[in-house]
Ligand binder design. Sequence first.
Ligand code: BG6
Length: 460
Amino acid sequence: MYQFPKDFLWGAATSAPQSEGAALLDGKSPSTWDKWFEMEPELFYDGVGPKDTSNTYYCYKEDVANMKAMHLNSFRTSIAWTRLLPDGKTLNRKAVRFYRNYFTELIENGIEPIVNLFHFDMPWWLMEKGGWEARESVEHFAYYARVAFEQFGDLVKKWATFNEPLVHIECGYFGNAHWPKVRDFKRALQVGYHTLLAHAKAVAEYRKSIHGDGKIAIILNLSPVYAKSEAKADQEAAQWADLLYIRSFLDVAVYGRFPKELVTLLKEADLLPVTAQNDKEIFANNTVDFLGCNYYQPLRVQAPKNAHYPISEPRDLFNGYDWPQKRINPHRGWEIYPTGLYDIAMRLKNSYQNIPWFVSENGMGVSDEERFTNSEGVIEDTYRIAFIKEHLIALQRAINDGSPCFGYHLWTFADCWSWLNAYKNRYGYYRVELDDHFKRTPKSSSFWMADVILNNGFNH
Ligand code: BG6
């Protein structure tokens, strides 16, 4: 029997921009996603944009009832900044009502809300002023955080500031999957710096808040980094990837400072971001109470030819080599490697002060999932059950070895919209039918998971 600790949090995660819908209704202003879709709808899979997400703005009660039927005891979503403060200053009463109703519904059904503030959805009005590149975004975010804590802090006792800050930096400033889709390493570093400063300021706001008696976290995508070989060059490449992708976030969140090696390398290359005098103190005084770890797949690294650090095209580290033992999810192309979850769990225990943490996302995206529908109309997602099982086994081993993990959230509860991929890959315990009024139907994994939760564990 794979048994989990008492009071383990079993849940699922989503985000406001990927699930709510009502993208420009009831006072909500556009985020970068709403505007980008307006400008280039053809870039979004099947032309499905951010207004056609899973409709939870209207049917959250149905979702909560389904969560209850599955025995979930926790659930993460985010607040849309552009809904709560459409112009950055004015409180939208309709948003307050919606989120209070949503969180209350969860609580009344025995499901703890875990609420995140930023899930890649930059307000358009702020993007026009430079987005995270502009120092003023830090103050705007701190104000938004303060308002969110004031309005919902009596209901919500577990908060997160950012979801995967690496992603909006990487995809927006050294890739082209997020707005403003530029390729500029120096700008990316400034964006990263301001994001982390905004995180620390939001933590400070929480500790000052009248409702600040709960806990606050950041959610990081902690994909463990593995070098291709023992060769010095590959080892160095892996160290650089780890420094940039993992430690620059984890060290700030847990220790309140950037890794020395990173600062030295950036200084030598004249790439240090612009900072202000008291920033160091802000970072140092505002470390997190707990962490969320999103884990999908590891990073396999090999040294690019003639590598010179810092590498300002970080994606070069991951290109061009095939890991021979790789098991690939054929439906999404991502590697399946449950041991990676064990490794990161033990790293948090051993190198990060035994910080309490939970799996805030793990999951398996599958395209054209309707082809697995059985004669009773249920999607038999046995591949997802196998995926979750393997990851839970790795997680349970880490917990037995002392890693202080207190929960597991699947991405996601009901299929939700995903950025440029829209509904290409489905992740949910529940199917959402876009052509049938967003109708929800449970997949096999939801029945399997309900049993796991009831028993707080499972047999083989
Ligand atoms: C996580 C994000 O990185 O992965 C989610 O927090 C995202 O927003 C999820 O949807 C799955 O990735 P994708 O690209 O397949 O939707």
